[in-house]
Design a protein around this ligand. Structure first.
Ligand SMILES: Cc1ncc(COP(=O)(O)O)c(C=O)c1O
Length: 389
């Protein structure tokens, strides 16, 4: 039976990692990878995470199942970080998930289950968005979110998409730190989106994967909080992979904001059922770490300080890169004002391949670069190679 299968293409980003590893040039630079790196090129474990793990190792006394909904204390603390007291807690249904990807998949499954057929997606986006929605049986309607040559968010297109959407359609929104463009929405734009989503009866699915990587822990959820304060129903998919550096521990959560506590209970039971038939129960360790950190004032402070230092490193790299690149492409001055780990450079596929072969600078052919892949000392050389194209 397996002979009937078609070979699927390898993930281009994973293939790029392989090519980078094989390159023996000492000055090679990896701008392709999707994880945070520090000034030594390492993806560190937060000190607060290590401390929490040490505590867990000493105190954990069972490995019994956690249940399909996961750890309620984790879910509660994480929501405080994300939503604060914007909405009535009893109206929220939440389930712990394997990463933000698991949260997005449960969200898509839930939308499908309630009869939602279509989800709107601004492009470019994280490639797994469209793939997850398709796998869940949803149809994706796309629009252009960002213009790479001018580095501009095409806000008129966002409004056009929301105005063209039918009541009951879902809309994917990046909470902040847009992947892959770094393009940010202003507060006024969030207000406009929220009003339109509410007016047209759309269901927003907000993807929050980089809280604390953009303007700050609270600033990165300001638009999201406004939106959920205005709409009657919403879904929020949270990933702890980047904000807590827990990538491989697969830690995340899906929150459904509903109109009543009865509705929240029904939605919770549906999310739990969807989890049960997919992977049964989420892994415990990462969520236990996040719970331990957020439940302890000192650990939470230490974690927030470490996260802030990472954010400041990225904003410093952004400023230096923008300063250098704007001499060749004026529009790239915008990189300094963009948010999070990623930006998109206006490079052709041939230029990307030349940078790779001639200078050992690795990025996907889309031109997406990971700002955190750069060390401060590498910026000048990378700018020289870009601007000599
Ligand atoms: C925009 C966005 N959403 C969600 C995720 C999901 O992350 P994970 O499943 O690793 O938590 C990512 C990861 O790269 C992402 O970039």
């Amino acid at each position: 039976m397996f002979d009937a299968l078609a070979r699927q293409p390898d993930d281009p980003l994973l293939a790029l990692i392989g090519l980078y590893r094989k390159d023996e040039r000492p000055g090679k630079v990896d701008l392709g990878v999707g994880v945070y790196r520090d000034e030594t090129g390492h993806t560190p474990i937060f000190r607060a995470v290590k401390a929490a793990e040490t505590r867990l190792l000493k105190t954990q006394d069972t490995k019994a199942y956690v249940g399909p909904e996961g750890d309620h204390v984790f879910l509660d603390h994480l929501w405080t970080l994300v939503g604060g007291d914007t909405v009535e807690r009893s109206h929220i249904a939440s389930v712990q998930t394997p990463g933000g990807s698991g949260a997005l998949r449960l969200a898509a499954d839930l939308i499908h289950r309630v009869g939602g057929r279509r989800i709107w997606l601004g492009l470019p986006s994280w490639p797994n968005h469209a793939a997850i929605f398709k796998a869940a049986g949803l149809e994706t309607a796309s629009y252009d979110f960002f213009d790479i040559p001018s580095q501009a968010v095409l806000f008129d297109n966002v409004i056009g998409a929301l105005e063209g959407a039918a009541a009951g359609d879902a809309v994917l929104l990046h909470a902040s730190c847009h992947n892959p463009t770094g393009g940010a929405l202003t507060e006024a734009q969030w207000l406009e989106i929220a009003a339109l989503v509410a007016e047209r009866g759309l269901l927003p699915l907000v993807d929050l994967a980089y809280q604390g990587f953009g303007r700050g822990l609270n600033e990165d959820v300001a638009g999201l909080r406004h939106l959920i304060g205005v709409v009657p129903e919403a879904l929020v998919a949270v990933s702890c992979s980047k904000s807590f550096g827990l990538y491989r521990e697969r830690t995340g959560a899906i929150y459904a904001l509903t109109a009543s506590s009865t509705s929240a209970d029904t939605v919770r039971s549906n999310l739990a059922g969807l989890a049960r038939t997919s992977y049964s129960m989420p892994p415990d360790h990462g969520a236990a770490v996040v719970r331990t950190i957020l439940a302890d004032k000192d650990l939470a402070r230490e974690w927030a300080e470490e996260l802030e230092a990472m954010r400041l490193r990225m904003t410093g790299i952004r400023r230096a890169l923008a300063e250098g690149l704007r001499t060749r492409w004026q529009a790239l001055g915008a990189i300094a004002d963009q948010e999070g780990m990623f930006s998109m450079l206006p490079l052709s596929e041939a230029e990307v391949l030349r940078l790779r072969s001639e200078h050992g600078i690795y990025m996907p052919t889309s031109g997406r670069i990971n700002i955190a892949g750069l060390k401060t000392a590498e910026v000048a050389g990378v700018v020289r190679n870009f601007t000599s194209l």
